[in-house]
Design a protein around this ligand. Sequence first.
Ligand code: SAH
Length: 261
Amino acid sequence: MPIKDCKLYIVGIGPGCPDLMTVAAQQAIMESDYVIGNTTYLDQIEPLLPGKKIITSSMGEEIARARHALELASGGNTVSIISGGDSGVYGMAGIVLEIAEKDGADGDGGAETGTQIQVIPGVTAANAAASILGSPITSDSASISLSDLLTPWEDIEKRIAGAAASDFVIVLYNPKSRNRNTNFGRCIEIVRRHRSGSVPVGLVKNAYRDGERAVVTTLERVLDYDDFVDMHTTAIIGNSESRIWGERIITPRGYHRKYDY
Ligand code: SAH
């Protein structure tokens, strides 16, 4: 994919291992004078960083980080601001574009106002976790973040109930954090009201990086693994047709309805 001549790249670097970073993401970082991100993500791309000016920032400092990136880019520097996975999935793309919009930049890549912004996609945790589990999201799915830091919990509950009632496969991001230990259990309780206990659930921790572990279980057993689930885990709850095959989960696409095989 050709990269446009642009000053600010919002880069998704994938789930953790260099092989799962896109060539476009690597090119954007290599072209940049500045690379901005939190230390976990910068560690993941260390081999690309020699010679770069590095700006580290902590979780929770996303607004300051986004502003800083825009300022450096409008000052004539080429800048990459980094997110894990895909930068548009609970990542930095939203807040950077929101601030650029607020600052009065145009939304056409910034050609008129100077700072050009390009979002470079990455392999998101849903895809990374799904590949380890087999094919759990081969039918319609809904992604829900259980973090209620920026979204009211009542809204999250409504979305869980809606997705569960509509038989979507459900991908859970941010199932837990240090301060939010109960959200995962509450979510499972809501899904159980709509879905049989035998429905498969996959839990993937640290997909494609050190400490990778996966568990395949069912909706009625998943809370036995409550301690396993942490902020580095993605959970995938199957739909009513999903099934367990050995250590994998298959969600049929629907070929069986049309073909003999
Ligand atoms: N932008 C990221 C998501 C950020 S939200 C992406 O597209 O993947 C952070 C959540 O993503 C974590 O709480 C976890 O649920 C999930 N996650 C990110 N990387 C992961 C990985 N390597 N393995 C499992 N889950 C991961």
